[in-house]
Write a protein that binds this ligand. Structure first.
Ligand SMILES: *Cc1c(COP(=O)(O)O)cnc(C)c1O
Length: 427
């Protein structure tokens, strides 16, 4: 694409963008009585305008029906989790029976580890990326300890090469091959939260299986952001949260994927609860857990209806666009941000900013991570004071995620121009 550094160009791109009207389905925070330029959809997605009425519907049904709402509410609570299944299955590239909406991300990781990390004397290692999101590190570490293992021996972390910021796929694959005799599980993120790097999930899954191990992905930063084909990639399991790119609101409900070859194995060990029991006998209240088929057999508790109602309001917006159009806009927006930043950095080398997210479109989603070697915190504060919401990750990274559902080319232009104004002011 031939980009230009001008507001007119950005506005022309917006005028030609068939997805631009989707922006009007969201509320934007207001700073200094102006709509903020919001780049934190990778952390907490914006509120869809339909969320409020979706929640009110459930509040009213509860008010009017009490317990009868389980069956008589407009959207009956008893099967509520099922209302989300088709949209989620489409977003992660799964069959509907392979996904279910439940709990929260780290809880789900633990529950899936119960089934898919069962170390033996020979096979006990977990391969993951170095610098994974802390919750994932703690989860893996405590899982290893739970099985009586020393995490330092059981967990193999793959780090970028000296002087590099992101991982090379070849290094991930060769580490898997190297540990193949002792490897139980490859547990990676789909998109790395800090660097924005998208991993080669299909290749990683194939390598893990060739090594005789299972493979799981944490899709926190991948779901709703990048194309996923979990079923065809033959991934064993995955978990995600929904408050980032899926816009379900703070503490939003998570979800899981379990490949059908495992979903229909009732003997697979798991931590059970009544909601995972076969529906036809759930209310017989008898002894003897009989797992439901598919991912639903991993549910423990009844549906978190308010959280799910909020998620549904957002998935309805996703359902208005096909994912390939969103992906094309994502690449155009993020590519534009990269183009503009390169100009600013070239004009003000003393800004000392490096984009650490890979340039290759297959290796990123919408987020760009800017390594600010000096004055990073000050730049972040400057942007915030000017109505631009990005985020700051210690020790020195500003993350900005133009989200194709609601960000515009003008948003991206304004972000780059503000970085330029900051540079003019201080340099
Ligand atoms: C956001 C995020 C989490 C958050 O976990 P919760 O259990 O939802 O609090 C975990 N892991 C990764 C990789 C994340 O990006």
């Amino acid at each position: 694409m031939q980009y230009q550094y001008s507001l007119e160009f950005a506005q022309t791109m917006d005028a030609q963008d068939a997805l631009a009207p989707l922006r009007h389905h969201f509320h934007f925070p207001v700073i200094n009585s102006q709509e903020a330029r919001y780049f934190c959809g990778n952390s907490l997605g914006l509120q869809p305008k339909a969320t409020e009425s979706a929640l009110l519907q459930e509040l009213n049904d509860w008010k009017n029906w009490g317990v009868e709402g389980h069956f008589n509410a407009k959207n009956p609570w008893f099967p509520y989790h099922k209302f989300l299944t088709d949209s989620l299955a489409r977003i992660v590239g799964a069959q509907p029976s392979e996904v279910v909406c439940m709990n929260t991300l780290t809880v789900n990781l633990h529950l899936l580890m119960v089934s898919f990390y069962r170390p033996t004397k020979e096979r006990y290692k977990i391969i993951m990326e170095a610098g994974a999101f802390p919750s994932d590190q703690y989860a893996m570490e405590s899982q290893a300890r739970f099985h009586g293992l020393n995490p330092d021996e059981a967990i193999i972390e793959i780090a970028p090469r000296e002087g590099e910021n992101t991982l090379r796929t070849e290094d991930i694959l060769s580490a898997i091959e190297m540990h193949k005799d002792s490897l139980a599980l490859v547990m990676f993120s789909g998109v790395q939260y800090f660097t924005g790097q998208r991993f080669a999930m299909k290749d990683i899954a194939a390598a893990a299986h060739a090594a005789g191990a299972l493979v799981g992905f944490d899709l926190a930063h991948a779901i709703g952001n990048v194309e996923l084909n979990l079923h065809d990639w033959d991934v064993d399991f995955a978990a995600w949260c929904s408050y980032k790119y899926l816009n379900s609101g703070p503490g939003g409900v998570g979800g899981i994927f379990v490949h059908e070859r495992h979903g229909n194995s009732p003997d697979l060990p798991r931590f059970a609860g009544w909601w995972g029991n076969d529906e036809s006998t759930r209310f017989e209240m008898k002894k003897g857990f009989r797992p439901a088929k598919g991912a639903e057999g991993w549910q423990i508790s009844n549906a978190q209806v308010f959280q799910m109602a909020a998620l549904r309001a957002s998935l309805d917006v996703f359902d208005k666009a096909d994912f390939s159009s969103l992906a094309a806009k994502r690449d155009a927006l993020t590519g534009y941000l990269e183009f503009l930043l390169a100009k600013v950095i070239a004009d003000f080398p003393a800004l000392n900013i490096t984009i650490i997210t890979p340039h290759d479109l297959h290796e990123r989603g919408c987020q760009l991570s800017l390594l600010a070697n000096s004055n990073g915190r000050e730049l972040y504060n400057y942007l915030t004071n000017n109505g631009i919401i990005v985020d700051w990750r210690e020790p020195n990274v500003i993350r900005a995620a133009p989200v194709p559902l609601y960000n515009s080319f003008e948003d991206v232009y304004v972000l780059a121009e503000s970085i330029r104004s900051y540079a003019k002011e201080i340099l």
